[in-house]
Design a protein around this ligand. Structure first.
Ligand code: UFG
Length: 329
């Protein structure tokens, strides 16, 4: 039996495939290559190019392969874009998941691990954030991810289907081989943008606001290494295989770092002065997002291995310095 990774050519999906292959799992990938890259596809996984909104494609795939579990990463994930083009997110994320669930039910595939996000919480009530805390997304991306979680839940109540939703905080870093890493187009995430400065691709990093209610005035985030996220997906598949009930877990380190701290650490790691310019706040940015990840630790037995910010940034730098333009040759 195989694990199907939808979106396995994307950032977190490709890292999860690498970890699955390392554990001798039989891995099948489906990706429409809209934001993923063929260069990120592991050579030992079977690759199908196609779109989850295409039910015929999914039915044919489930017919061809013996799939035990699905890990669902296939979605658009840019917060800013989700605000200017919300229907793209309803179409690819929500409608895509509807077609996927239809096909899974039809083909008797009954386990799904879903890629969710801290963006489902919106402006948090408490820090650290618990899975049970209020969820009021402040952008279309988070809204569609929350709706996808709920769709999976209701479908699981009506059909033979069990799920785990994993709400990631700030995914970052790269595979230890530096063969794959973060490469978004356009890039909007803090760490890759900072590393474009020592790479000579930009002159400075903008710090979006230094008047937040935090010790140094800049936003605080919980940075979690992509390989640790990948490991959590594998544990979630095993949890479902052992009969685990429907569940939702936060994935973070449980420690927050400010934008200024991230820039300072990147200066130390790269040895480059990385000029920073204080700029206006970015709309919709909460001041602090830090996970409580006790539940994942207790129930899944998950333990992040990259706990220090400098080792996380060092791992990202190891990829970016050799791939200044990502997967573009
Ligand atoms: N930031 C800057 N300058 C930049 C880019 C980012 O100061 O050039 C700041 C942002 O304002 C924010 C922090 O760096 O305070 C982190 O920003 P990212 O864009 O890297 O990440 P976000 O926290 O905005 O987003 C992440 C995930 C999203 C997810 C969200 C949950 O990337 O997918 O957390 O709120 F939706």
């Amino acid at each position: 039996m195989s694990v199907l990774v939808l979106g396995g050519a994307g950032y977190i999906g490709s890292h999860t495939v690498y970890e699955l292959v390392d554990r001798d799992e039989d891995v099948v990938i489906a990706d429409n290559l809209q934001t993923g890259y063929m260069d990120a596809v592991h050579p030992n996984a079977r690759f199908y190019e196609g779109d989850i909104r295409d039910e015929n494609f999914l039915n044919a795939l489930f017919n061809e392969e013996k799939i035990d579990s699905v890990i669902h990463f296939a979605a658009n994930s840019l917060v800013g874009e989700s605000m200017t083009d919300p229907l793209k997110y309803y179409d690819n994320n929500l409608y895509g998941t509807m077609v996927l669930l239809k096909s899974m039910v039809k083909n008797g595939i009954n386990k799904i691990v879903f890629s969710s996000t801290a963006a489902t919480y919106g402006e948090p009530e408490n820090i650290p954030i618990l899975e049970s805390d209020l969820k009021e997304p402040t952008n279309t991306y988070g809204e569609t991810k929350l709706a996808m979680e709920k769709m999976i839940k209701w479908v699981s109540m009506a059909h033979d289907l069990r799920f785990v939703s994993l709400r990631y905080f700030n995914a970052c870093g790269a595979h230890k081989s530096a063969k794959i890493g973060e490469a978004h187009k356009p890039e909007t995430h803090l760490i890759p943008l900072i590393l474009q400065v020592p790479n000579g691709r930009r002159g400075h990093i903008n710090i979006f606001g230094d008047d937040y209610d935090t010790p140094d005035g800049t936003c605080i985030r919980d940075y979690i290494h992509v390989t640790d996220l990948a490991q959590a997906h594998i544990l979630a598949v095993e949890y479902l295989q052992k009969g685990g009930e429907n569940n939702i877990f936060n994935l973070g380190n449980g420690v927050g770092f400010s934008v200024k701290e991230v820039v300072e650490t990147a200066r130390k790691v790269t040895g480059h002065p990385i000029p920073a310019v204080i700029s206006p706040r970015r709309a919709g940015d909460p001041a602090r997002l830090v996970a409580s990840c006790e539940k994942a630790k207790q129930i899944l037995g998950w333990k992040p291995s990259y706990t220090e910010l400098d080792e996380i940034i060092d791992s990202a730098w190891n990829w970016h310095k050799n791939h200044p333009d990502g997967f573009i040759h």
